[in-house]
Design a protein around this ligand. Structure first.
Ligand code: UDP
Length: 508
């Protein structure tokens, strides 16, 4: 793929299927799209991957690996307009936005990528035949239209969330039901009703559409329109993990839906040094971590991490630590860079000394995929981001579900109620940034949940068996003949068909 600066675009008559992937600049969105990019190249599709300088530097080892293996992926770095939108310099990823007040600025900056994006795309040789954009990038619609190419929307959350949000928005539930915590029967889930003998109920707060934050109304509307005007939908899920929701969504959305996940299973490289960089450079010595994990008994270690975005305060961090200490279970605990502060550092010093024999604390970015795939890891305290959930499912790791915001409450319910491979910590109220003194879960509840997930007993064993079963289904879905594998085949056929059409039109 060449990036020509010549303003008169050279068209080609070779029908090379060429897809442009446009992720939202956030870890939970970039990581699975990178997997998708590599997966498409395995099926003879050329890919252009949109990124920005800061994000490209985070995934540099992956870019180098892609170039060294001659994979046809062209990374385009668009300058992210921080200064123009009042963001601090370098604030190019959602996890770098320092406060809730600047989140909307981040999405404004994101929208301003449209113009440079269109200019770069016009110069691509061969020209792209199709675009797959994250749902948060509805501004790609105009560009696809102006280039006269197909556009598919990529949904990163679970289909349960997408479906419930979609029908709630369709039926204007927020105008009818004022109580945000009132449980509402989700229409159109007959398969669920038949299996469970009751209807599936969700409150608005747990399926708020694309965002319930004030100021986001216009953006939410655009996201919905972006989905409506898309030619099809690509989802990072698989049929066996949430069949009722996938079926119901396909019926209402009225366009092609390709469920192609779990995309994390693409990254099954045995070379751990390659897998250790996933989304960002790990803040840990790989050798030390693996050595520690190797020294632990099978299924004995609990992994504790809340994804890339949730920011906890000192009080909540200390409650988690104290609960882990009381549980007597070995653990790996991830504390984010943004959560570090003198109080936390001071407390951690004593804590790490006391816990030295049974803990591994990672301060910064953790190599989560490597950790979850290690045989010593037997439990995961998670915020239930959909990627983390799929990574747990794909590795057969039971979970303690502690959702924070967006799709995470519904993802947690899939884990606990449908798959029955998890225990809920029991939170109800969404949160993104923890308030100064906000403590959601106390140490005793952390200890209780950990003992119950990791302790011996029939329930634990049955949970593990179910987790292994769903892991097998996830692996099967991605193997030749599996549902996601076949959906990727159909998706690639669609893309190829579109490339040929482009060529015929050019010839005419
Ligand atoms: N992740 C990681 N190391 C970390 C934190 C997160 O590798 O220290 C990865 C994780 O494996 C997942 C993604 O970042 O692939 C987070 O996506 P998810 O949907 O779980 O949550 P979000 O960060 O979007 O809330």
């Amino acid at each position: 793929i060449a990036d020509s600066n010549n303003s008169t675009t050279t068209t080609t008559t070779t029908p090379t299927p060429h897809v442009v992937l446009v992720p939202l600049m956030a870890q939970g969105h970039i990581i699975p799209m990178l997997d998708l990019a590599q997966l498409l190249t395995e099926r003879d599709v050329h890919v252009t991957f949109i990124t920005t300088p800061v994000n490209a530097s985070r995934i540099k080892p992956i870019i180098v690996r892609v170039h060294e293996s001659n994979l046809p992926i062209n990374f385009i770095e668009l300058p992210f307009p921080c200064a123009e939108t009042g963001l601090p310099l370098g604030c190019e990823n959602l996890d770098l936005v320092p406060s809730v007040d600047l989140q909307l600025n981040f999405f404004e900056a994101n929208q301003l990528l449209a113009l440079p994006f269109e200019q770069r795309l016009k110069n691509l040789v061969p020209p792209p035949s199709c675009m797959i954009n994250d749902m948060w990038n509805p501004w790609t619609a105009n560009v696809a239209r102006s280039l006269n190419i197909r556009r598919l929307v990529y949904h990163g959350p679970s289909c349960a969330y997408i479906y419930c949000s979609y029908v709630f928005q369709l039926h204007k539930i927020s105008e009818i039901v004022t109580d945000e915590f009132e449980e509402i029967t989700v229409p159109g889930l007959t398969d669920y009703d038949n299996v469970f003998g009751q209807s599936f109920k969700v409150c608005r707060r747990h399926a708020p559409g694309w965002s319930n934050a004030p100021g986001f109304e216009k953006l939410s509307e655009k996201v919905l329109q972006g989905e409506e005007t898309a030619d099809g939908v690509v989802m990072n899920t698989f049929d066996d993990v949430e069949p009722m929701f996938v079926e119901a969504y396909k019926k209402v959305v009225g366009k092609d839906v390709w469920s192609v996940g779990p995309l994390c299973l693409y990254d099954k490289d045995d070379d751990l040094s390659a897998r250790i960089v996933r989304g960002n450079k790990a803040a840990v010595d790989q050798g030390k971590l693996l050595c520690w994990l190797d020294s632990m008994e099978e299924n004995s270690v609990l992994y504790v991490s809340f994804g890339s975005l949730t920011q906890m305060n000192v009080g909540q961090i200390l409650e988690i630590g104290s609960g882990l200490e009381a549980s007597e279970v070995p653990f790996i605990w991830v504390i984010k860079d943004v959560e570090k502060c003198p109080k936390v550092e001071e407390w951690m010093e004593g804590f790490e000394k006391r816990m030295s024999l049974r803990s591994f604390v990672i301060k910064g970015w953790a190599p989560q995929a490597v950790i979850l795939s290690h045989k010593s890891v037997g439990g995961f305290v998670s915020h239930c981001g959909w990627n983390s959930t799929l990574e747990a499912v794909s590795n057969g790791v039971p979970m303690i579900t502690w959702p924070q915001f967006a799709d995470q409450f519904l993802n947690g319910r899939l884990v606990v109620e449908l798959l029955r491979i998890g225990i809920a910590i029991g939170v109800k109220e969404p949160v993104f940034y923890y308030g100064e003194d906000e403590i959601r879960v106390r140490r005793d509840d952390v200890e209780k949940a950990v003992r119950s997930l990791m302790g011996a007993g029939e329930e634990t064993e049955e949970r593990r068996i179910r987790a292994r079963e769903i892991k097998e289904k996830a692996i099967k879905a991605m193997e030749e003949g599996g549902s996601s594998y076949e959906n990727i085949t159909r998706l690639v056929e669609y893309i190829k068909h579109e490339s040929c059409k482009g060529v015929q039109e050019t010839k005419a």
